[in-house]
Design a protein around this ligand. Structure first.
Ligand SMILES: [Zn+2]
Ligand SMILES: [Zn+2]
Length: 655
């Protein structure tokens, strides 16, 4: 599989040209090998006594005392004792050169363990060259390495990402022979290849191993997870004979990290079925999956599992903070606050998650109150806390207070505003209709504005129908995020809403020349039983689509009776009004809403998640629906949460 260099040829000394043996002087008066036999008669009891004493040594003086005793007792050739002596020294970070090295050099017939102690000592000092030179010396002297020799060397190659050397040592294990069935050697070899970025080589080693343990499997599964290859990770996991908590957790967290929240939850469910225990890491994984999905039904269940383990929100500040974030993202800010209140201990993450949660849901005053409470404790706010506070100001239209806090964060807390904080400020000003001021702020930023900053400005231009500033923001975005189609669509929509059809077609042309295709818009909703139903725009494939269409028509009739007019400007196509009306009617969030109305208990909350920004027309339809049906409707779109209740949205009609 790999080409091996001859650097470690086991043949003769002349092939070891790269090693200077002068460095390791040989004993000029080498006694005969019979000396070794003599040595073996050393009292074993004394040896183990000294080894135990060495275990208790805490400093160099103590070790030197033991060393003196070793010499007095005539154990100066006992490899067993001396290897331990060297290990004790190097563990205390005593440099190999000169002290441990001098101990080694006085031994006439060093055994593999003594070599090993020195190789490891060099590795602790990160002197990979010296340790491999010692390995060569060992081979030259005909001393057979032990598995620890290889595991230590593989570990060092992995740490320094030296795959060339790693391959040579791999070759050595084959040349020396007898390590094919050694689990530790195999596992450390897999680890080395993975750390060096040669996952497939690691896989090959794994496939050829006659014995494997859970470490071999988990090592590879984690590597696949990290590379985003969940398919191979899943395949290996299925083959794992005994699945322990660690392996399960790798899968749950892996799916969560690779934006496959549904699979993460499915694995967590299976894990529960099999009665596998959970720890904090498993919980954090599944909690983040649930937060991504925004699935409220799973949220309660996951919280219950956490409570039943010893890592519930009450006791574990990490799990508690994650639960707060999860509930906020599932649209249940009340539940998030209950978790927060129940926590025995709180830290900056718990406060920040809660402040951000309130802010996201438009409960600005609660967010500000909690911030005031927080600064009275010993907990110092961090950059996330300020994102929450500024978002809250933005939602409540508190422009002056926002400016004050923006200045306060650096002055009082030493936190330099990042581009994300500027994004909040642009949002705050833009929302308040102060577009020029927002644009000025961006122009005078001491750091390079990122896509978020320009995106906030572009978003504000949509609400306030300001095509000229929109064009400036969009042009920056087209450079920063050339393939982010949402920006092109937003600009086209802004032009369309002002009737500037020529500009609309220019944007469309740009999209075409860059080969961008519109992402299909879709929304999803949970049914009563926790099943997730997906709807695409214009999609009539749902088994109940007949009923859905009927419910939607009924709803629109009732709304029209109350004065609702379709926002035809939400359609960025220059088609006739009837077509616009038809296109609007089948927007994915409307289909999801209608399905929610017919499939859930009257009066219960309806939760919808959308992959793109909600359009103006859907926003006003859902607003109206919340009033005439008396339902609370929560929509999470790509930008924010919308809580619709009694005809009012928490976003204040700004998103
Ligand atoms: Zn819509
Ligand atoms: Zn809204």
């Amino acid at each position: 599989m790999v080409t091996l260099s001859r650097r470690f040829s086991t043949a003769t000394s002349d092939s070891l040209g790269c090693i200077s043996l002068k460095q390791f002087p040989q004993n000029p008066h080498k006694p005969t090998p019979f000396y070794q036999i003599q040595q073996q008669q050393q009292p074993k009891q004394l040896e183990s006594q000294i080894v135990t004493t060495l275990d208790g040594c805490k400093n160099l003086t103590q070790i030197k005392q033991v060393h003196a005793r070793i010499l007095v007792k005539g154990l100066d050739q006992s490899c067993y004792v001396l290897a331990k002596l060297i290990r004790t020294l190097t563990k205390l970070n005593i440099p190999v050169d000169p002290y441990p090295l001098s101990i080694f050099n006085r031994v006439n017939y060093p055994n593999p363990f003594l070599y090993n102690a020195l190789i490891r000592g060099y590795l602790i000092e990160e002197r990979l060259n010296e340790s491999t030179e010692f390995y060569s010396l060992m081979r030259k002297e005909g001393v057979v390495p032990v598995s620890f020799t290889f595991t230590a060397l593989f570990k060092a190659c992995g740490a320094t990402m030296d795959v060339g050397l790693g391959r040579q040592i791999h070759g050595q294990t084959i040349l020396v022979g007898g390590f094919g069935e050694d689990l530790h050697v195999g596992n450390s070899m897999i680890n080395m290849y993975i750390k060096c970025g040669f996952l497939e080589c690691g896989r090959k080693v794994f496939d050829e191993m006659p014995n494997r343990d859970v470490i071999s499997w988990t090592e590879l599964i984690s590597a696949y997870v990290k590379s985003g290859n969940m398919e191979s990770a899943g395949e290996l996991f299925d083959g794992l004979p005994v699945k322990d908590m660690v392996a399960w957790t790798v899968m749950v967290s892996g799916f969560a990290q690779n934006a496959k929240p549904r699979e993460a939850i499915m694995f967590f469910e299976k894990m529960q079925e099999f009665g596998v225990e959970t720890d904090e890491i498993t919980l954090i994984g599944v909690i983040s999956a649930c937060a991504q999905l925004g699935a409220a039904k799973y949220a309660d269940w996951i919280r219950d599992v956490a409570e039943k383990s010893e890592f519930g929100g009450r006791h574990s500040v990490v799990v508690g903070s994650a639960l707060i974030d999860m509930y906020s993202k599932c649209g249940s800010v009340g539940d998030a606050y209950r978790v927060f209140q129940g926590m025995k201990e709180r830290n900056v993450y718990s406060y920040s998650s809660m402040i951000l949660g309130f802010a996201m849901h438009g409960r600005a005053h609660e967010a500000m109150k909690l911030f005031d409470e927080m600064v009275k404790t010993e907990i110092k706010p961090n950059r996330v806390t300020f994102i929450g506070v500024l978002t809250a100001c933005s939602h409540a239209g508190m422009v002056e207070q926002g400016w004050q806090i923006f200045e306060l964060m650096e002055k009082c807390y030493g936190i330099k505003p990042s581009a994300d904080h500027y994004t909040c400020m642009v949002d705050l000003l833009g929302r308040a209709g102060r577009l020029q001021e927002a644009h000025e702020l961006v122009k005078t930023m001491p750091i390079e504005p990122h896509g978020g900053v320009w995106g906030a400005l572009l978003g504000a231009c949509r609400i306030h129908k300001s095509p000229d500033i929109a064009a400036i923001a969009a042009n920056h975005l087209f450079e920063l995020e050339p393939y982010c189609i949402g920006n092109y669509i937003l600009l086209a929509n802004i032009y369309a809403s002002c009737g500037r059809w020529n500009d609309v077609s220019t944007v469309r042309k740009l999209m075409r020349t860059r080969g961008l295709r519109k992402n299909p818009a879709f929304s999803w909703i949970e049914s009563e039983k926790g099943m997730v139903h997906e709807f695409f725009s214009g999609d009539m494939t749902h088994p109940r689509s007949g009923e859905i269409k009927q419910a939607l028509e009924d709803l629109l009739d009732r709304l029209e009776a109350k004065g609702y007019q379709p926002h035809l400007s939400s359609v960025a196509y220059d088609v006739n009004d009837e077509d616009k009306r038809r296109i609007l009617m089948t927007h994915s969030e409307k289909l999801a809403l209608a399905f929610g109305l017919i499939s859930t208990i009257p009066g219960s909350k309806i939760r919808i998640v959308k992959n793109l920004r909600i359009c103006e027309d859907c926003h006003s339809v859902i607003c109206g629906a919340s009033q005439i049906t008396g339902r609370e409707i929560i929509v999470r779109d790509i930008m924010r949460f919308h809580h619709f209740r009694d005809g009012i949205c928490s976003c204040g009609n700004f998103w």
